[in-house]
Design a protein around this ligand. Structure first.
Ligand SMILES: C[S@@+](CC[C@H](N)C(=O)[O-])C[C@H]1O[C@@H](n2cnc3c(N)ncnc32)[C@H](O)[C@@H]1O
Length: 243
């Protein structure tokens, strides 16, 4: 991923993909997400929740939780599961906390500041760890993956949802046009910010699935499955810690 600084209209000079960059787009983030993904993002999150194969009483960690969509979906899908969402953007979390309160989930879903590269949690303390559209933004991805493997219980699941550069197929060119042209333009129009150009650049810079799977293995995860979603616009990686 690119780590050069970019100039944000709201926060001064910030690293692309950082919590500070997301602070600048937090208020419009959910709206832009739904529009640029044509509403498909929630169906991808649903598959991620399913892949965790949670059982009653499980404790789940959602990294790069942002405004909490995935954490909320986990809690709604599994009424006997508790969830902690972690993100370095205070403003994204502020939006998320309001959604958690509105959904009456605050008794078993908490959101807190934190960095996926250095988690405060004990080893082997979660039955499921997930991250949606977040690993792309973690500067040291291998370290982030190592932390995910460390805090997951033996037999637990790590589910990683990430956008990728659409490749091949009949609808490949259409999907590429959407990611390269529609996403940055519509994102900029709806949010009034240039940050959505970063989205397209960072997707293009993300390693292809085979390379990312090798990184998961290097971090101590066994690949359970790796599935291309919606013409390869998105990829769901599922792993288990190797003990
Ligand atoms: C595209 S948003 C994804 C939010 C949410 N998971 C979702 O499904 O909508 C990416 C998030 O990654 C967060 N992020 C950036 N650097 C991070 C890091 N080092 N550790 C954890 N999260 C990070 C950002 O603050 C931002 O909220």
């Amino acid at each position: 991923m690119t780590t050069e600084p970019t100039t944000s209209s709201t926060t001064g000079t910030v690293r692309e993909g950082s919590g500070a960059m997301f602070d600048g787009i937090a208020e419009r983030y959910d709206l832009v997400n739904r529009v640029i993904s044509l509403g498909i993002d929630q169906s991808w999150r649903k598959k991620t929740v399913k892949a965790l194969e949670l059982t009653s009483g499980a404790r789940v960690l959602d990294l790069a939780t942002g405004t909490g969509d995935l954490a909320i979906m986990v809690a709604r899908t599994h009424p006997e599961v508790s969830v902690i969402g972690v993100d370095p953007s205070a403003k994204m979390l502020e939006v998320g906390k309001k959604k958690v309160a509105d959904a009456a989930l605050a008794d078993r879903l908490s959101l807190e500041l934190g960095d996926a590269q250095a988690l405060r949690f004990e080893s082997q303390s979660f039955a499921g760890v997930c991250i949606a559209f977040g690993i792309r933004n973690v500067p040291d991805r291998l370290q982030g993956l190592r932390e995910m493997a460390r805090v997951t219980k033996p037999g637990g699941r790590v589910a990683i949802l990430e956008l990728s550069e659409p490749r091949g197929g009949v609808l490949g060119p259409l999907a590429r046009f959407h990611v390269h042209s529609v996403v940055p333009t519509v994102g900029a129009l709806l949010s009034g910010k240039r940050e959505y150009h970063y989205l397209q650049k960072s997707i293009a810079a993300f390693p292809p699935p085979a390379e990312f799977e090798a990184m998961m293995v290097e971090a101590g995860l066994r690949i359970v499955s790796s599935t291309a979603l919606t013409f390869g616009v998105c990829q769901l990686y599922v792993g288990e810690p190797v003990r």
